[in-house]
Design a protein around this ligand. Structure first.
Ligand code: HDE
Length: 761
């Protein structure tokens, strides 16, 4: 329909509609202005103007953009057409025999439209159905050619485009983001030597050791088959029944009951490759490797009650957070760390590196930072990109290789296989989001939805008719598997058996628990209590406690008490005398180990307003927050403009009804008698305040608003009597100092000293 007459409708805001203000191909160093629809545009553009780190890789430039341009559709100034490109005259009425007559079968326009609609949905992922994705790039800091010939690590400053998808595991595609669950962290590197998918999680271990148990695990955690409940939750009989009979899951259960399972943001969680992989250099020598992603913003989590409330008020909490940050130019960033070790070292370890229920403690093999990943572009279309992206552990490039981890072996099969039914055939690699940048040449042909038009009559190798092309690349360029004895020590008989060290189910569960801060330990205990209190069969609860007695006896005893049961005998262990662990404590396992520099960029701060607020201190506060990169939002009883005592105007960004307190990272209560009175008259105010307080978030209360604290029965000190570091009281004279203290308190994220569960002695 190139023949659209001038004067037809156009969409002047097309770029904004598609988020293209986000620097589609901005030159290096260009600043990005966020779309004006974002509430905190001023905050965010200032953030951009202040400039990012002086790195070599161009923010906002992304090689996948060019290749995807070929399929991007922009209907600006275009008329509607059918799928055959025929212009549609009337999109309101079906073709009928007479004004009130029957619709006609002949109406191919209606039938095409409805038929296509009928087939809009594809099967959701069997696990990790709920997810959010973004484009970005990986940049290598130093060449790693000593260890690997993999394309992304060839030279300092080398930039490889990526697409990343974060996900929950158990819930369906439309389920809430803040479920207690493992998070998927899948990265597709579009390297110039083919696609590499690092399909990881936000926890470095897994529930099971062998792929044979995966369908059982997933059947146990998914909603129970008879009534399809509960959605996106592990707190039910079948999950705990299964794991209580699989003591190898104990270590992972500790992670899953920890705050790692309720991250504050995808941008604030680590990622892990989980399995031990192999790096291979040009000489064919290989070392073993574990992959780690470390978030620049630090690791932060929600508290459980907050996660529960958020799931009602904003089921898209993590999706929205990621989307808004990228739209605002606050590009999330992670560093890639490698733990590199040799086969000989691994043989000495007290655990087996083929066992995905074990970590390699960082204190044993340090994490070496080798590059960074920046996510700088939201998808244009959720379905085409985030839904159709197909991650496969089998996608590796020369320079990488697998180990014999029996869980990994099953995955190498599973991911390709599942895409064939999910994406409708074997040509899913041709979908634009999955297509490699490296050219594809082979003799595979046909199948559902083939895009490529192969020329010539030769589809076999060897051939002479096509001059032998495409030809074998040979070992120098092509992918080769590292040649290794199947099993250096033992015979290679066909067996269904596990290596001996796999039987130590508890040592690392203890290591993890003992490495947590007191706050984290309490949260883990409380999470077990919550989950098991939802289990209806007493024998299952007992088995879990019996197993935990082998890993964290104090926590297990308390749990028995909290569940109102007798303390059972510890579960018999599969291995009574496991090898002594190399480290007794691993501080790196605590979320507190990575506070993220204390900055407050992108933290959302609710500033309550009403008529009669003391405007001068609020004005100062908002400017200070904006300058620090935070996102202040004025929250009132209703939308509209409120007038301060000095005649200042404050337009509400949100209401207490549409944006409850638990959606914010911090709270400011304004001064001004009239305003405080008005806020007090709205029942939401105290609710707002109590949630902020009990979720341990910083609160700044100016002048008269301190009366609200008293009314909400907010204690002024921690239960142990020490001052509450997150509660800042100020009068007009002390506003500057109070604002500075508040910003520091927001930087600390949470003030857990308020918690008293279990009660402090
Ligand atoms: Fe997966 N997993 N998985 N998994 N997994 C899938 O692939 C599977 C495992 C992970 O954003 C599926 O495309 C088996 C460990 C992520 O699209 C499926 C086993 C880890 C994602 C599958 C595991 C993961 C998946 C479902 C045990 C962390 C989402 C749809 C042998 C290292 C990727 C799909 C995305 C998705 C199978 C265990 C991570 C069915 C058989 C361990 C992040 O193929």
């Amino acid at each position: 329909t190139g023949a659209v007459a001038s004067g037809m409708p156009t969409n002047a805001n097309k770029a904004l509609e598609y988020g293209e203000a986000n620097a589609l191909s901005a030159p290096v160093g260009a600043t990005v202005s966020p779309p004006s629809r974002l509430p905190s545009a001023s905050t965010l553009s200032e953030a951009n103007a202040s400039g990012k780190t002086g790195s070599a890789a161009p923010e906002g430039v992304n090689a996948t953009i060019g290749t995807l341009d070929r399929v991007r559709v922009d209907s600006s100034a275009q008329a509607l057409t059918t799928n055959q490109g025929v212009a549609i005259a009337d999109n309101q009425n079906s073709l009928k025999a007479g004004t009130r007559g029957p619709a006609l079968l002949e109406d191919f326009i209606l039938r095409e439209k409805i038929t296509h609609f009928d087939h809009e949905r594809i099967p959701e992922r069997i696990v990790h159905a709920r997810g959010s994705g973004a484009h970005g790039f990986f940049e290598c800091y130093e060449p790693l050619t000593q260890y690997t010939k993999a394309a992304p690590f060839k030279e300092a400053g080398k930039v490889t485009p990526v697409f990343v998808r974060f996900s929950t595991v158990a819930g369906e595609r439309g389920s809430k983001d803040t479920a207690r669950d493992v998070r998927g962290f899948a990265v597709k590197f579009y390297t110039d030597e083919g696609n590499w998918d690092l399909v990881g999680n936000n926890m470095p271990v897994f529930f099971i050791q062998d792929a044979m148990k995966f369908p059982d695990l997933v059947h146990a955690v998914k909603p129970e088959p008879h009534h399809q409940m509960p959605q996106a939750a592990s707190a039910h009989d079948t999950f705990w029944d299964f794991v209580s009979l699989m003591p190898e899951s104990t270590h992972m259960l500790m992670w899953q009951m920890s705050d790692r399972a309720i991250p504050r943001s995808y941008r604030m969680m680590q990622g892990f490759g989980v399995h031990t992989f192999r790096l291979v250099n040009d000489a064919g020598e290989s070392v073993l490797v574990k992959f780690h992603w470390q978030p620049k913003l630090g690791t932060h989590s929600l508290v459980w009650e907050e996660a529960v409330k958020i799931s009602g008020a904003d089921p898209d909490f993590h999706r929205r957070d990621l989307w808004e940050a990228i739209e605002a130019g606050e590009y999330p960033e992670w560093e890639l760390g490698l733990q590199i070790f040799t086969e000989e070292q691994a043989e000495q370890f007290s655990f087996d590196i083929l066992d995905a229920t074990k970590i390699v403690p960082e204190e044993l093999v340090p994490v070496q930072i080798v590059g960074r990943m920046v996510l700088n572009r939201n998808p244009d279309n959720f379905f085409a990109e985030t839904e159709q992206v197909a991650f496969c552990t089998a996608h590796v490039v020369p320079g990488l290789d697998f180990t014999n981890d029996p869980l990994l072996a099953g995955r190498i099969h599973s991911y390709v296989d599942t895409q064939i039914s999910r994406l409708g055939g074997p040509n899913f690699h041709e979908l634009p989001i999955n297509a490699p940048i490296a050219q594809v040449h082979n003799n595979q042909r046909d199948g559902m939805h083939r895009q490529a038009i192969h020329r010539g009559r030769v589809a076999y190798e060897p051939n002479s008719l096509a001059g032998g092309c495409p030809f074998q690349a040979g070992a120098a360029q092509g992918f080769t598997s590292v040649a290794r004895r199947i099993d250096a020590k033992e015979s290679a008989d066909k067996v269904r058996i596990k290596p001996e060290k796999f039987a130590d189910h508890y040592t690392q569960a203890t290591l993890f628990f003992e490495s947590q801060s007191e706050v984290e330990k309490a949260h883990i205990g409380n999470a077990f209590r919550f989950e098991l209190s939802k289990v209806t069969v007493p024998a299952i609860r007992e088995r879990v406690v019996a197993s935990l007695l082998n890993a964290a006896p104090d926590m297990a005893s308390r749990l028995a008490q909290d569940l109102g049961m007798e303390l059972p005998a510890p579960l018999p262990k599969a291995l009574e005398n496991p090898a002594a662990p190399e480290v007794q404590s691993s501080p790196a396992l605590s979320l507190m180990a990575r506070p993220g520099g204390g900055g407050i960029r992108t933290r959302k701060v609710a500033v309550l307003v009403a008529n009669g607020v003391e405007g001068a201190s609020l004005g100062k506060l908002v400017s200070a927050l904006v300058a620090a990169g935070a996102v202040p939002r004025l929250v009132a009883a209703r939308l509209g403009t409120y007038v301060g005592v000095g005649g200042e105007n404050f337009a509400a960004d949100a209401t207490m009804e549409n944006s409850p307190g638990f959606l914010f990272d911090a709270l400011v209560l304004p001064d001004g008698e009239g305003a405080v009175e008005a806020l007090d008259a709205d029942a939401h105010t105290l609710e707002f305040l109590r949630d902020q307080f009990w979720h341990c978030k910083p609160i700044l209360a100016f002048g008269a608003s301190q009366a609200l604290l008293a009314e909400a029965q907010i204690p002024m000190t921690f239960p142990d009597g020490s001052p509450d570091t997150g509660l800042i009281l100020a009068d007009a004279a002390g506003a500057d100092a109070a604002i500075a203290d508040f910003i520091a308190a927001v930087g600390l994220h949470r003030h857990f000293g308020r918690e008293n569960d279990p009660p402090k002695p």
